[in-house]
Design a protein. Structure first.
Length: 231
């Protein structure tokens, strides 16, 4: 097995989900007593969001690149982000990385191909919904990506930053998200919703969403398990 490095803390809840999913995925394939070699470099989601808000992508790349170098120094042979927003600089980060990085956007695209829907609603942080770095690769692969209206974008961003990043889940927030998804379904023909923030699975799943969910965390951690076992 190859040692995996995770850039965590962006946010803590999703880091826990990644850690558990990678361990469980390796055990399912290699045996219950097998644990993958793994290192976590914990950063701050609030630093990431602040740099994105200022569009200081040079500083964001440097912030993440330092974490990747630390993981490589700790013996990691492959690494990954445990958040989707910092993928806004993924290509630049990969170019400077001493080890391969596994993209959550590529994993999401591959999962979408397997599942068959063609009109995908995208929820996530404001940069994820509005800056194109997530939607563009999907559009290039033939999907139509539907973005919430500006007031819906602000609502989704606010609830992610003020609640979900702290692990807070409320009925009122769930109702608001469901209303956004229903509008995208009824007015724009959305067939599936991408949970484009790694904290969104705390709130949404197929049991509560008006349309099926595509969870990038599940797709990404499957790809990470494959990368670990490829060694």
């Amino acid at each position: 097995m190859r040692k995996l490095g995770l850039i965590g803390g962006t946010g803590p809840e999703s880091t826990i989900a990644y850690y558990r999913a990678v361990i469980n995925g390796v055990q399912e394939q290699a045996g219950a007593e097998v644990l993958p070699p793994l290192a976590i470099e914990s950063l701050s989601v609030f630093t990431v969001l602040g740099l994105c808000a200022r569009e200081d992508y040079d500083a964001l790349t440097d912030y993440l690149a330092t974490a990747v170098r630390n993981l490589a120094a700790a013996g990691a042979e492959v690494a990954s982000l445990t958040a989707l927003t910092p993928h806004i600089v993924f290509d630049r980060l990969q170019d400077s990385s001493p080890i391969p990085l596994v993209s959550a956007i590529d994993a999401t695209r591959d999962a979408a191909r397997e599942q068959g829907a063609t009109r995908l609603a995208l929820l996530g942080t404001k940069p994820t919904m509005t800056q194109g770095f997530f939607a563009r690769p999907l559009a290039q692969a033939g999907f139509e990506v539907l973005i919430p209206a500006p007031d819906e974008v602000e609502f989704v961003q606010d609830r992610i930053v003020r609640e979900l990043e702290y692990g807070i889940v409320t009925d009122a927030t769930l109702a608001g998200f469901i209303a956004v998804i229903e509008r995208l379904r009824d007015e724009e023909g959305a067939q599936q919703v991408i949970l484009g923030c790694t904290e969104l699975p705390l709130l949404l799943n197929d049991a509560v969403s008006p349309i099926p969910c595509l969870d990038p965390v599940q797709a990404h951690t499957r790809a990470l398990v494959a990368a670990v076992l490829a060694g």
